[in-house]
Unconditional design. Structure first.
Length: 137
């Protein structure tokens, strides 16, 4: 394996802990999340306990989905590294665009609509890292 493909695979693996960190934030962080709380506060809304229960459940589902994304990327990188195939990189690109790209786009819209800083930059950064890594690999 050449330098560029190796660098690409390393970039993909570098994204995995970043995605897991996002998963942990939603699995173990406050409900509502800091920026969600600020949006609600600016709107003068105090969420009812049932709303917090629902948000907590959605956060845990999101955390599981993000952890699955990280695991999938790591597994696909392993398939590429151990074999002579490149098709798993197309799956990685699809995952990055469907999860990270959409998340960044939606969160950027929420930030524009509310004036509250959302983590769209982190999602976009991880997405670019994954896309660049897949391209180099």
């Amino acid at each position: 394996m050449g330098l560029m493909p190796g660098l690409g695979l390393a970039m993909l693996l570098l994204a995995v802990p970043g995605i897991l960190a996002l998963a942990a934030k939603f699995a173990f962080g406050p409900v509502p999340a800091d920026y969600h709380g600020e949006i609600l506060s600016r709107a003068g809304v105090e969420p009812a306990p049932a709303v917090l229960t629902i948000l907590g459940a959605v956060y845990k589902v999101l955390a599981g989905a993000l952890a699955a994304v990280a695991l999938a990327i790591a597994a696909l990188v392993l398939v590429v590294a151990l074999g002579d195939v490149r098709w798993p990189l197309l799956v990685v690109v699809a995952i990055a665009l469907l999860v990270g790209g959409i998340a960044a786009f939606i969160m950027q819209g929420v930030e524009r609509a509310t004036g509250v800083r959302t983590p769209w930059r982190r999602a976009a950064g991880l997405t670019v890292l994954v896309l660049a890594g897949a391209l180099l690999a």
